[in-house]
Design a protein around this ligand. Sequence first.
Ligand code: CA
Length: 250
Amino acid sequence: MGRILIVEDEPQLLRAMRINLRSRGHEVRTAVDGGHALREAASHPPDLVVLDLGLPDLDGIDVIRGLRGWTRVPIIVLSGRTSGHDKIAALDAGADDYVTKPFSVEELLARIRAVTRRAGGAETGPVITIGRHRIDFAAKAVTTLPDLDSAQTPGSEPAPGSEPAPEPVQAPESVRLTPTEWRLLAVLVREPGKLVASRSLLDQVWGPGHADDTSSLRLYVNRLRRKLEPDPSRPRHLTTEPGMGYRYQP
Ligand code: CA
């Protein structure tokens, strides 16, 4: 049992899978095209994705690449094509298994059980530190370590007879990243110290058709710097190679 995202543009098949998986106790969300699938996966991270390769907008392979930019969620591909080439391309892009259409519900359920067993249930991901921020990609959480230089600010004694000053609430500082910022950071940290070309970043984070949108990319990198870098005006961990791309420096 778990959260399953089904991506399928044929209404009858989508409905049949949704009913069958829900009746087995899975929590099911659905998407009818690739863009919808990527947004849905980012806003409601699933435990498993069932993905049709033939979608009206994106190629299913591009959806796999988009997901693999930031998650290791198991992906089972549905392929209606007779050519084995698509299945190979899907597996190479990061799919875990495939089912050839037409298939029985029992076969799909068996594949879901198999990839869930192999995935071991929990998703894992890297944990990195940028400045005082500990960034856990599996938990999608940023925790901020205390600033030792300013933690011990001496407080003044309350005047005699006055109300005791309330204890300062030490709320743990937290930084929130948006799904797009998580994806962008995930692509950069996958290759520490290496230059990642702007074009490649745009393709992996925003998908095909955005290869020239370098101003959006610059905007998002700057937002990550403001949230994470100790001195955002002089970035040390998320650096720019002018005219080429960006680099994550551990
Ligand atoms: Ca289709």
